[in-house]
Ligand binder design. Structure first.
Ligand code: CA
Ligand code: CA
Ligand code: CA
Length: 505
């Protein structure tokens, strides 16, 4: 069987015709041209007796990542694992130094609970987090996306995608930035906001999810657990010393809902049983239900296009306020939605991660330029919430960074929750975090590994991913270097019907 499987993968073009080989992609229905899901959805009329809880971790005052399970983003998960009776299915990016959770999973398995897991691997089989291999060895039944990554890498090499990034940009390349150039133009009514964004390094092709792109890796980036087919723990929190350990700002959603749990089981089995990840997954169809007093919609990435079909329509409809707490703010279309919301009088606020605020594609300075308040976090950990609340009515939560990779490539889940009670809770925690970040970081950007950023010089962690941690990082030295400039933007009067860059040269 392994030999046949590798033959199937190796000969993508003829695989569908070989006996015993599955078609490499999802099937297409001739009737409507849409991708059919291999796994039917169970019928449901909603879960009026169900419940949803938000847990938000404010990292203020935490000194280092820890191998302990003491904050609620972790204890909420530990309780579910300890209470499991029949099954635990979980999909996580990886695992690092969370021995209490791992011991609880082992104990569940030992008492007869069926434990199955999915993790990320790159084309070389490596995982970002150091304890992932130990967990896989201990639990068994752990599968990953490596084969699909390898197949997608071959396809990408065969395509002309590389040429796109080598091509000369339509606008001027900013000095000192070697990467793919975005020529950005936004309509401000009587004026135009123009920008040329690019990464410093030549090979960061676009809005990356933090991976350097050295090894091909589409990321299995979920962080969810389904317990006994009824309880769901999900959100932005990685199972790591900085995630469930409590060092980063994260958000967890805990549901008691057989309906929503069944959608996540279906997504899990698409990966674990069918071996489909990323572009191989079929569309989910409409996933909406009621859980208690809340209305819940779920979109899985990449098949459900969660930014275009989920996040953006909510931002476009916002009437009074939008509070966003995210890691990356690089998405061009979301930036347009926020500029438009500001123009129609919506109060928009953003809290952004300090490392992501140094990214050549970050859009937060564009928002500041028109008067949208953006604060950059100044604690040692990351702003990792990937979330928002809108109009005291909606909460957006999940694993997805609001980036192209989050929408189009990675395996992710996004929940849109209509619940005035939960939205009020979110706005309140947001207010608190907002007040805790010093006012100077509403106009300037803190160095993420320096005395600007809380415990970053003593946390044992390389906060800005430059290979140098704590005292080794120049930001923590006696003469910290100035922050590198971001690519330029400027405002011009609008003299045409639409805003556009002047022709080059
Ligand atoms: Ca992968
Ligand atoms: Ca560093
Ligand atoms: Ca550090």
């Amino acid at each position: 069987m392994p030999r046949l499987a590798s033959l199937c993968v190796a000969s993508m073009l003829v695989a569908a015709a070989l006996p015993g080989c599955e078609s490499p992609g999802p099937s297409t229905s001739p009737a409507n041209g849409k991708l059919e899901h291999a796994r039917p959805l169970p019928r449901s009329t909603g879960d009026p007796a169900g419940s949803i809880r938000l847990v938000m971790n404010d990292p203020t005052g935490r000194a280092t990542p820890v191998d302990r399970c003491e904050v609620e983003v972790c204890t909420s998960l530990l309780a579910l694992i300890e209470g499991a009776q029949t099954s635990i299915d979980f999909a996580v990016y990886g695992v690092r130094n969370q021995s209490e959770l791992l011991a609880a999973l082992e104990a569940a398995k030992a008492r007869g609970v069926r434990v199955r897991a999915v993790v990320d691997r790159d084309v070389d089989g490596d995982n970002y987090y150091s304890s992932t291999n130990a967990m896989a060895a201990t639990l068994g039944q752990v599968r990953d996306d490596r084969k699909v990554d390898q197949a997608l890498e071959r396809e990408q090499k065969a395509s002309d995608r590389a040429n796109k990034y080598a091509a000369e940009p339509a606008c001027g390349r900013p000095d000192g930035f070697a990467g793919y150039v975005q020529c950005l133009s936004y309509d401000l009514g009587d004026r135009c906001l123009l920008a040329t964004h690019a990464s410093r390094e030549p090979f960061s092709a676009s809005e990356d999810d933090g991976d350097t792109g050295k090894v091909f890796n589409k990321i299995m980036h979920h962080k969810f657990f389904v317990v006994d087919g009824r309880y769901l723990w999900t959100g932005s929190t990685n199972v790591s010393d900085s995630g469930t350990g409590g060092y980063n700002a994260n958000l967890v959603v805990v549901l008691d809902s057989p309906t929503v749990a069944s959608w996540y089981t279906r997504e899990f089995e698409t990966m674990w049983v069918d071996g489909k990840f990323h572009q191989r997954k079929p569309e989910s169809g409409e996933l909406r239900t009621t859980v208690g007093d809340a209305e819940v919609q779920v979109l899985f990435s990449p098949q459900d296009k969660a930014i275009s079909n989920g996040v953006r329509p909510l931002l476009a409809r916002a009437k009074t306020r939008i509070d966003i707490a995210v890691f990356f703010l690089t998405n061009k279309a979301i930036t347009k939605d926020l500029l438009d919301a500001h123009r129609r009088g919506v109060e928009v606020r953003v809290i952004l991660d300090a490392t992501a605020a140094t990214n050549g594609y970050t859009k937060h300075e564009l928002l500041r330029e028109v008067g949208i308040p953006v604060k950059v976090d100044a604690w040692g950990g990351k702003m990792h919430m990937k979330s928002a609340a809108i109009d005291n009515e909606y909460v957006i939560a999940g694993s997805m960074n609001w980036t192209s990779a989050g929408e189009w490539d990675n395996d992710e889940n996004t929940l849109l929750i209509k619940s005035p009670a939960l939205a009020a809770e979110y706005h309140q925690v947001f207010d608190q975090m907002w007040a805790e970040i010093p006012e100077q970081w509403a106009t300037r950007n803190p160095d993420p590994e320096s005395r600007d950023s809380g415990s970053s010089c003593t946390d044992g962690f390389d906060n800005d991913y430059d290979g140098l941690a704590d005292a080794e990082d120049p930001g923590c030295g006696p003469n910290p270097p100035p922050m590198l400039a971001l690519p330029p933007h400027w405002i011009v009067p609008k003299d045409k019907i639409t805003c556009q860059h002047p022709p080059r040269g």
